[in-house]
Design a protein around this ligand. Structure first.
Ligand code: NAD
Length: 660
């Protein structure tokens, strides 16, 4: 339909009209959904190799278009050219990474896609995240309805044009631009949509969870929601760290892309003893940052995306000033170059406590907190207590300190002695936990499996084998003893199906394993699968409940059982009972779990989804199973962690300083 068009403005210079966008209407949404649903069987039946070939062709075309896209990324999204190059490269990587995975592993007989998938992306990576979502959904065999962010529809339209020119059928990939509250919400609410991939704010992700809680897919399972959301990312710096290196990594992590990266550093925690020195040097480096129109090559820091963003960041800075916190702002650049756009200069705010920060501030604002040496562990706890878990940095020359931080970190991506932005597809699979996202990680080996209605067994085993080399540091799932005790008990009770489940899960679980991913020299990149903390197990039937328990124990996690399973609990051996907590009312917000297994009817499942959606906190996924079904997807019961270590960190080996 022909509708009204609106101008898209350059955030660095509001007088520059980059292009025009015509938002989709609700009638367009209906047409797009009908086309996607009609085309779904055909796209699903297309050979994985053929789908991959189209994505690869799209990647080649994207590379060829780099110069033109750089201009568009700069004018529409305020990206510097180096950021633009990195973004195009990331989009290309996503296309090739998922293409390679389906070529290698996928078979239409065993890998059954979901059906129409909605992809909702943010403006801060208008090409890379937009393309990453689409590439994954298409590779797995799902037709896509792509809803770009309101601020960046032009680069999205370019990408869709490019993929269609590469041969992706029109009905397999449709662009549906428009407002989130109307067009995005209408797409997500439609029963033809079988999966939703979302990257954006934690608040909107919760709205989508609520909307999806109202229905099930045709096979009676919950509609998958992959949500990648915000963070409250910290870096811990002890007094052994080399200040020069810390400062360059902090400036890159906090101010590159004007701080508009979900991974960006928000809170720098510096050991008191070296804080004055580090902060002084940091202010000097900030004073050298050049702010202005990113189309100028000398510019380091471009604009924030729009006036709303600028106002909300400024309001936060003002609130902190009023509270009496020291605020430092500085950036080189002439006023004329920034007058026309929405700019916020790099800002440093010294806080007394981390808890003063209530929400993610999405811009070039770095908070600094000082900690006394003996409070390192407490500081890590405070970071974890924010409930977010996206990125975390640590800078130290003491191996024990690094090991302590890494062991207690609750973040999806941990960086040692380097900056903490710019995760590379396949090298640092990216995504958070808790309030920061549901997983699986983008650019990791499990992602495509979440986009299937039915998949093969042994997903974890295959994912790890494909991901990289075994470095031998993998630990056995810490609770292997409990799993073995359950099996012995089931054998003694002649509970054959439970024994079988224990055996099957034992061969399929790889929780506790790590792999070294291939990456650049000077870096060591590890990918690990770790048990989730606690899995809420809901079932009416005793055998179903025990099969759930076998799955939970096989990955080394703990189970939460409703009180009414008390009698069964009492019959189990002590080693198993220790791994089960009985709860009176799991809907209570104080009861913590990070996955749900549900055996039961569709009606009961909808009631569970509704209650979960009204609990505060992180989005928790539900694996829905029919009564008697024993094929539990173990990969949903683990979290993925990426660890990236700069093995070429400057400054030498401080172990020498700590020798007795
Ligand atoms: P946002 O949540 O406001 O918008 C994201 C997308 O959701 C947009 O396309 C928007 O139109 C759509 N949307 C908004 N309301 C909707 C609704 N009710 N129904 C359906 N769709 C709706 O986020 P933003 O401001 O565009 O992006 C910034 C946020 O994204 C930050 O919080 C950042 O941390 C996060 N982010 C996370 C990652 C990650 O990988 N974890 C990556 C990039 C950005």
């Amino acid at each position: 339909a022909v509708g009204v068009t609106a101008p898209v403005l350059n955030p660095a210079c509001r007088g520059d009209v980059v292009g025009h966008v015509q938002d989709a209407t609700l009638a367009d949404v209906e047409t797009a959904l009908a086309c996607a649903a009609a085309h779904a069987p055909q796209w699903a039946a297309t050979e994985p190799r053929a789908r991959a070939a189209l994505l690869r062709r799209g990647a080649d075309a994207l590379e060829a278009e780099l110069p033109r896209l750089l201009g568009l990324l700069s004018r529409e999204a305020g990206k510097t050219y180096p950021n633009g190059v990195a973004e195009v490269r990331e989009a290309v990587d996503f296309l090739r990474f998922y293409a390679a995975q389906v070529e290698r592993e996928f078979d239409n007989a065993t890998h059954v896609p979901l059906g129409p998938v909605v992809c909702i992306s943010p403006w801060n990576f208008p090409l890379a995240i937009f393309t990453g979502q689409i590439a994954a959904a298409l590779a797995a065999g799902n037709p896509v309805l792509a809803k770009p962010a309101e601020q960046t529809p032009l680069v999205a339209a370019e990408m869709v044009r490019l993929l269609r020119r590469a041969g992706v059928p029109r009905a397999a990939l449709q662009l549906v631009p428009g407002r989130g509250e109307t067009i995005g919400a209408a797409l997500v609410a439609d029963s033809r949509v079988q999966g939703v991939m979302f990257t954006g704010s934690t608040e909107v992700a919760r709205l989508l969870q609520k909307s999806l809680a109202g229905r099930l897919n045709p096979d009676g399972r919950p509609v998958p929601l992959i949500a990648e959301t915000g963070g409250q990312n910290a870096m811990l710096v002890d007094s052994s760290a080399l200040a020069e290196q810390v400062v360059s990594d902090v400036v890159a992590s906090a101010f590159d892309s004007a701080g508009q990266r979900c991974s960006a550093l928000r809170v720098l925690c510096v050991q008191q003893d070296s804080a004055d020195h580090v902060v002084a040097m940091l202010k000097g480096a900030m004073a050298e940052c050049r702010m202005g129109d990113p189309a100028t090559l000398a510019v380091d820091v471009g604009p924030v995306i729009d006036e709303d963003a600028r106002r909300s960041i400024e309001a936060h800075i003002e609130t902190m000033r009023m509270k009496g916190r020291a605020v430092f702002q500085s950036a080189r650049g002439d006023a004329a170059a920034t007058d026309e756009g929405t700019f916020v200069p790099p800002t440093l705010i010294e806080l007394e406590r981390l808890a003063e920060l209530e929400r993610e501030v999405f811009g070039p604002v770095l908070h600094v907190v000082r900690y006394p040496r003996e409070r390192l562990a407490a500081t890590i706890e405070q970071i974890n207590a924010t409930g977010y878990g996206l990125t975390l940095g640590v800078q130290s020359r003491i191996d024990e300190t690094i090991a302590q931080v890494v062991a207690h970190a609750r973040a999806g991506n941990v960086y040692v002695n380097r900056n903490m932005v710019g995760a590379v597809v396949g090298v640092q699979p990216f995504g958070g936990e808790g309030l920061s996202g549901t997983g699986p990680k983008a650019g990791g080996p499990l992602y495509l499996h979440r986009l299937l209605a039915h998949g093969p067994d042994h997903v974890m085993v295959r994912a790890l084998d494909a991901a990289g080399d075994d470095d031998g540091t993998g630990v056995v799932a810490p609770q292997a003893g409990a799993a073995a005790a359950l099996r012995r008990w089931a054998e003694a009770e002649s509970a054959r199906s439970v024994v079988d489940a224990c055996d099957r899960f034992a061969t399929r679980s790889r929780a506790g394993s790590s792999r070294v991913l291939r990456g650049p020299t000077g870096e060591r990149n590890l990918y690990s699968l770790l048990p989730r903390d606690a899995v809420l197990c809901l079932a009416d039937d005793e055998v179903d409940r025990l099969v759930q328990l076998a799955a939970v124990l096989s990955v080394g996690s703990a189970a939460l059982w409703p009180d009414r399973a008390r009698a069964l609990h009492a019959r189990l051996p002590a080693a198993v009972r220790e791994r089960i907590e009985l709860v009176a009312d799991w809907t209570d917000a104080s009861v913590k779990f990070d996955a749900v297994l549900h055996h039961g009817s569709g009606e009961a499942r909808l009631a569970v989804l509704a209650r979960l959606a009204s609990r505060p906190g992180a989005i928790v996924g539900v694996d829905g199973l029919s009564p008697g079904e024993a094929s539990i997807a173990l990969e949903r019961l683990v979290v993925e962690r990426s660890l990236s270590i700069n093995t070429a960190a400057a400054g030498g080996n401080a172990t020498l300083m700590t020798l007795q």
